[in-house]
Design a protein around this ligand. Structure first.
Ligand code: SF4
Length: 371
């Protein structure tokens, strides 16, 4: 089967809680809560939903000392590592580090006095947690705006290097960097420029990308261009939508580039008047039914014999519309299914294969259709 493997930039690995970022670690998928952080129950519920969708890491903004105290309670209940998003106030950074933050997102250059910067870095060292530097085109330093006239890739990189120099001076190499702009080409260029200058991992994102549809497209193109060039160790798709959607789109981008396989990869035809069953309804139902599956399997759903048998043969489980509709398991036509049975039967075969994979400790590569 034709397959391209993207050679990845070698970066220095850091640990965000128990999740490795950089080096040969899988590219992690992040999202960010949009609840009030002081509403502990609502925030924990959102983190749990994101984790169930597969999020490896979740970021929580901590805008006040009250939020920092709430963060301590949230951290105790979170199933995944949490990054705290802090702007300017170094005391908040010190407090959340004490309360179990797994990473501090704070720009050293924005903290102010040297003794405060040193205190934050020392705290990160004492607690063994990394820092994320996050440069955003919308909040570039005034002198850089003046120097470059407008946000440019070079301006973003210069801003990042200023923060990086502070950490390097304080002998703190455990950081990652993001360079975000809503303009795709600027973002791509900025990441490429920075990637050649530092060894630390890079957090990718297209900021303020938009709503679910337009933001997903923009992120897929922007992140896709960067990832396809081998750059990127962790990603967040920023959408004006439910964080769970950000996680799903993040994985879809990685899956499309064969950078990470998690969950069911559905291959479906767009359907047309030749379809022998309702393809769109079937695919929507399957996406919902199989949402909890984290193992990777290819499932093909094709409406008729034009492309059905070919695609179904290539997938782990396939359904080719026809008279009758045929279900394929491991590339072999296995049995006939009526339209009413399609979703149940595909789900049944998927779950049987996963159970067999688990039983064999992930070694199993092929099974027969379950009766
Ligand atoms: S596989 Fe068949 S039903 Fe699906 S789009 Fe192609 S021709 Fe139409």
């Amino acid at each position: 089967m034709f397959k391209v493997e993207i050679p990845r930039r070698k970066s220095r690995q850091i640990m965000v809680g128990n999740v490795a970022v950089g080096g040969d670690a899988p590219i992690s998928v992040q999202t960010m809560t949009n609840t009030e952080t002081t509403d502990v129950d609502a925030t924990v519920a959102q983190i749990e939903r994101a984790a169930r969708a597969g999020a490896d890491i979740v970021r929580v903004s901590v805008p006040s000392m009250d939020a920092a105290e709430a963060f301590g309670l949230i951290r105790k209940r979170s199933p995944v590592p949490l990054i705290t998003d802090i702007h300017f106030d170094y005391k908040i950074a010190l407090r959340v580090a004490e309360l179990g933050a797994d990473c501090l997102r704070i720009n050293p250059g924005n903290i102010g006095r040297e003794d405060r910067v040193q205190a934050v870095v020392q705290s990160a060292k004492d607690h063994g947690i990394p820092i994320r530097i996050g440069v955003n085109a919308g909040s570039l330093e005034k002198d850089l705006q003046k120097k470059y006239g407008e946000p440019t890739p070079e301006a973003l990189v210069e801003s990042a290097l200023r923060h990086i120099e502070i950490l390097e001076r304080l002998n703190f190499p455990d950081f990652k960097v993001s360079l975000k702009a809503s303009e795709i080409f600027m973002t791509v260029e900025a990441y490429k420029l920075l990637a050649s200058q530092i060894e630390q991992p890079l957090h990718l994102g297209i900021t303020e990308a938009g709503g679910l549809r337009s933001g997903s497209v923009k992120s897929a193109i922007g992140l896709g261009m960067i990832l396809a060039s081998g750059i990127g160790d962790t990603i967040r798709v920023s959408l004006a939508a439910d964080p769970v959607e950000e996680v799903k789109v993040g994985f879809d981008i990685l899956k499309s580039l064969h950078l990470r396989n998690k969950g069911i990869n559905i291959i479906a035809c767009p359907s047309c008047s030749r379809q022998e069953f309702d393809v769109i309804k079937t695919v929507n139902a399957l996406e919902q039914r199989l949402e909890d599956v984290m193992e990777h399997l290819d499932v093909a759903v094709l409406g008729c014999v034009v492309n059905g048998p070919g695609e179904a043969r290539e997938a782990d489980i396939g359904l080719a519309g026809g008279s009758p509709n045929l279900l394929y398991v491991e590339g072999k036509p296995s049995y006939k299914v009526t339209e009413a049975e399609i979703v149940d039967q595909i789900e049944r075969q998927v779950r049987a294969k996963i159970a067999a994979m688990k039983e064999s400790g992930g070694k199993i590569i092929s099974i027969k259709a379950v009766d």
